[in-house]
Ligand binder design. Structure first.
Ligand code: FNR
Length: 361
């Protein structure tokens, strides 16, 4: 009998048992030494809480607004590629779970279900993640379809001018499936004699010359708000503001791109300070506990996004598994708020956490 997970980490083992090694390694792995992969989680552990007692916590309200859309808790689904490699229903199952948990799913540009299939499968608020391809017309076509289909925002991923070296994928010669979203638009070379075909595919398609000024091009082809995902410094946060984006996602791509990039939670405050409250700042990377969500909010994030745990939930139990992952994080966050004396998200302040640096002072 498989164990019944009591926290989101326990889904990882179930996913490992459910998946072929090549796919499990693809989902679980990071770049090179996987230093940042471990750090994303460890850095959360180095932050402690400063709870307040004797506050009325008989009712806890976790609901929040993201770009004007109300969701049940500040926990969203990060864009991750190719959900059909985890479960036959793919992104449709994930989207249904997002709807059931009343949260926002960010659909990956590299999805295995089409933008149309996901849109018609449920009434979740959906955002659409973008890569800019050398073939700008391909990106523009997807933007146009997403906008017509009622996706509410674009999440432009800015940390992949080229694909990071994910050594497990190189060893396993990770495959690159033909993605249905691109049918009729273009076909890429999906074979690689050596190493990861995904890397070969990415490096063939991605526009490594795309820069801050080119966000004007994206704005010229859409009316949707644009979030940039992959900012890790105050300097770039200021550039994002200047480019007129509607929000930032602090992210190191789940440590799959530049190894030794900082743990995201360790740079969140720097980005929040640089934006001076002008636009919302979200974060992803290593969120595995309700306490992690609480820490991110205390350090200025409006919400977190969750990547791997959602995929592991999907691999283990399909839609129900994704729902269980989100609901478990919500349960933990609610309890953390109660035990910290914070009945609403507004009550969570900077003074509810102590970073490692502050502890050493
Ligand atoms: C990702 N991520 C990602 N990001 C993106 O913008 N587009 C994508 O297609 C993908 N694909 C993808 C696949 C897999 C298997 C993983 C694990 C990650 C990055 C993702 O959005 C997010 O930044 C991280 O997953 C967050 O870290 P955690 O929650 O996985 O630790």
């Amino acid at each position: 009998m498989a164990i019944e997970p009591v926290n989101v980490m326990e889904f990882q083992q179930l996913a490992r048992e459910a998946l072929p090694k090549m796919y499990y390694d693809f989902y679980a792995g990071g770049a090179e030494d996987e230093f940042s992969l471990k750090e994303n989680m460890e850095a959360f552990r180095r932050i402690t809480l400063r709870p307040r007692v004797l506050v009325d916590v008989s009712r806890i309200n976790m609901s929040t607004n993201i770009l004007g859309y109300r969701i049940s808790a500040p926990i969203m689904i990060a864009p991750t590629a190719m959900h059909k490699l985890a479960h036959p229903q793919g992104e449709v199952a994930t989207a249904k779970a997002a709807a059931a948990s009343n949260t926002i799913m960010v659909l990956s540009f590299m999805s295995t279900c089409t933008v149309e299939e996901v849109a018609s499968s449920c009434n979740a608020v959906r955002f659409f993640q973008l890569y800019v391809y050398k073939r700008r017309d391909v990106t523009a076509a997807l933007v146009d379809r997403a906008e017509r289909l009622g996706y509410k925002a674009l999440v432009l991923t800015v940390d992949v001018p080229r694909l990071g070296r994910r050594e497990a994928d190189i060893r396993n010669k990770m495959v690159a499936p033909q993605l249905k979203n691109f049918d009729g638009l273009f076909s890429a070379e999906l074979e690689s004699d050596s190493g990861s075909a995904l890397e070969a595919y990415a490096n063939q398609t991605l526009d490594a010359s795309f820069q801050w000024k080119d966000i004007a091009w994206l704005k010229s082809i859409t009316n949707l708000p644009i979030l940039v995902k992959g900012v890790l410094t105050g300097e770039d946060a200021i550039k994002a503001l200047e480019a007129g984006v509607s929000g930032i996602v602090v992210s190191n791509h789940g440590a799959r791109q530049l190894d030794y990039s900082p743990a995201t939670i360790s740079v969140l405050e720097e980005v929040v300070h640089a934006t001076k409250g002008k636009i919302p700042v979200l974060i992803d990377g290593g969120v595995r506990r309700g306490t992690d969500v609480f820490k991110a909010l205390a350090l200025g994030a409006q919400a977190v996004l969750v990547g791997r745990p959602v995929i592991f939930g999907l691999a283990a139990k399909g839609e129900a598994g994704v729902r269980q992952v989100i609901e478990t994080l919500k349960t933990e966050l609610e309890l953390t708020m109660a035990l910290s004396g914070c009945p609403t998200l507004k009550d969570i302040t900077r003074k509810h956490v102590k970073t490692e640096k502050e502890r050493l002072l």
